[in-house]
Design a protein around this ligand. Sequence first.
Ligand SMILES: C[S@@+](CC[C@H](N)C(=O)[O-])C[C@H]1O[C@@H](n2cnc3c(N)ncnc32)[C@H](O)[C@@H]1O
Length: 257
Amino acid sequence: MQFAAPADRYNRFMGRYAPTLAPALADAAGVTAGQRVCDVGCGPGGLTRELVSRVGAAKVAAIDPAPQFAAACQEIAPEIDVRVGVAENLPWPDGTFDVTLASLVLGFMNDPEQGVREMARVTRPGGTVAACMWDTAAGGMAMLRIFWTAVRTVEPGTPGETRLAGTTESDIAERFRHAGLNDVVGGALSARADYTDFSDFWEPFTFGVGPAGRHLVSMPERQRGAVRDACRAALPSGPFSLDARAWYACGTVPATR
Ligand SMILES: C[S@@+](CC[C@H](N)C(=O)[O-])C[C@H]1O[C@@H](n2cnc3c(N)ncnc32)[C@H](O)[C@@H]1O
């Protein structure tokens, strides 16, 4: 899926969860100083920033098909090896990295199986592949649950983001095992974001970012208003915080492939 929004708009919409989600994924993948690491589908660099803080910019590579996101990611540090491209065709040789990660990307790949195979290929034998996606299937990501529940008040039965790859509890782990990764473990990661008020929550949806934003801007104006009202009714009037659960998996690249 194409992400055409400017980086600052993405950051107001979803990037606000990165300060809590990125360290949780990096911890789960065991990212520590001395490793060479790759952030696949880096977006504007929420996870990249965390990786730079752990291993240093010169040991970090990142890639995203959206040129404006790749450019924003490069602004974090000139030493990061940032490329424009897709997970399904990574531009690095076999075994380049100790850890290869993808945060909130699997469900947007055209071919997630090929994307996971490529992540394993660029990781050294014994190295780690890790990925996470929001729990949109069971509603563990409050911001998206509130939005899609509101949409269903005017469009009953809309699947929303429940069918994206990686959004059910063991889906990423199953994909990793299928790709031949060893010692696959998985579970839930917790993240959180703060909102100053309802408009801080609502306005980023109107930017048209991701499946939710795109869906909203495609709706007739009257229905958009109904979705807005239903979201408002579900949220407090003052400042609030929302919890978000992501499903993750980590696997080890086998010695012989
Ligand atoms: C929800 S954003 C996640 C961005 C970032 N990883 C984060 O955690 O905030 C999904 C990202 O996947 C990228 N993307 C879409 N298709 C992709 C593909 N086939 N390979 C790699 N990245 C892809 C998008 O451009 C976008 O930046």
